[in-house]
Design a protein around this ligand. Sequence first.
Ligand SMILES: Cc1ncc(COP(=O)(O)O)c(C=O)c1O
Length: 399
Amino acid sequence: MIDLFSRFDEMIALRETVRGAGREDPFGLVMERVLSPTEAICNGRETILLGTYNYMGMTFDPDVIAAGKDALDRFGAGTTGSRVLNGTYAGHKDVEAALCEFYAMDHAMVFSTGYQANLGIISTVAGKGDYIVLDIDSHASIWDGCKMGDAEVVPFRHNDIEAMEKRLKRIPEGAGKLVVLEGVYSMLGDIAPLKQMIAVARAQGAMVLVDEAHSMGFIGPNGRGVAEDQGCLEDVDFVIGTFSKSVGTVGGFCVSNHPKFEILRMACRPYVFTASLPPSVVATAATSIRKLMHAGAKRAHLWENSRALHGELKALGFRLGTQSPQSAIIAVIMPDLERGAAMWEALLREGLYVNLARPPATPAGMTLLRCSLCAEHTAGQVQRIIGMFERAGKATGII
Ligand SMILES: Cc1ncc(COP(=O)(O)O)c(C=O)c1O
């Protein structure tokens, strides 16, 4: 018998490197209690959360929680069914209406996760004989959506407009084209030059899908994302998003103005062949989305936090993923996995949680400590975070 688990040996060895010498497991941390969007108890210790993607701090919003409790009481714990059978409740229609209001678009389709939204829309929209042209640093859910469908897949270098254009020009005449981009790339926290890229895609006759998972609620005058901020949202055919970041719960969606969009409810397998979100989840999401429409002050404070943390970490001598703060993600580049894991643990002992990211999820084989700021982090917490980075950085020899 061939042990099918032998394919994981490299991964097992990597895990041992990270956990070596009795170290804390960076991929096995338990939140024993969660006190607020920015604080939890981990290993019995109060810990500041700086790696949750809870950008707008909606997880503990009193109106959001009340909406969830009310829906739980009135509609029960779950739908036990697909959206196209018994799994569409009033709440699912309401959260789709909230998304249409939020983005000022005609159609919204809610999935059980953002992962499934990418999987479903990409694999359904682009079929046999079509071409998907995508940034090489795209999220795993985008790659998996490509893998699941029958279209040809053509990657181009990260944020490289010319490379994208070259690939589009090579596509045979008459073939359908879908360009897939992200607003914010979550590994380094950098944004895409969407305005130029979308103009090129359009000129080459391509439809455009933009994943705004990490910008919704925060970037753009109305929090609609990078495409809104750069003034090109009307040229986007499909916006993909998630409820698991700024919205503060779980779920995914696609919004669009395409007149035939609704047919996807019948054709899209990751929408049809899975149970819909629980009523409490869609109620919390709808309440959160409607509050995010009026969250200008929170957005401004989150920008302040991002600028402060980026500036001070840079001044301390850390290598960062971007020259200037472009989003609520600040990636601190580590020299290697071993020292990255040591720094991660030193920060945890200081009382700070960040994400440790490593290849293959990261670009160019980098090990990163990814920080995601929250609109609920106070200026005082940001200063404490900077002190923790300074002490941990010196203790581990990173700075
Ligand atoms: C760019 C991007 N798209 C999609 C997703 C998937 O979102 P979800 O957590 O809702 O599955 C993520 C989550 O990490 C993401 O970063």
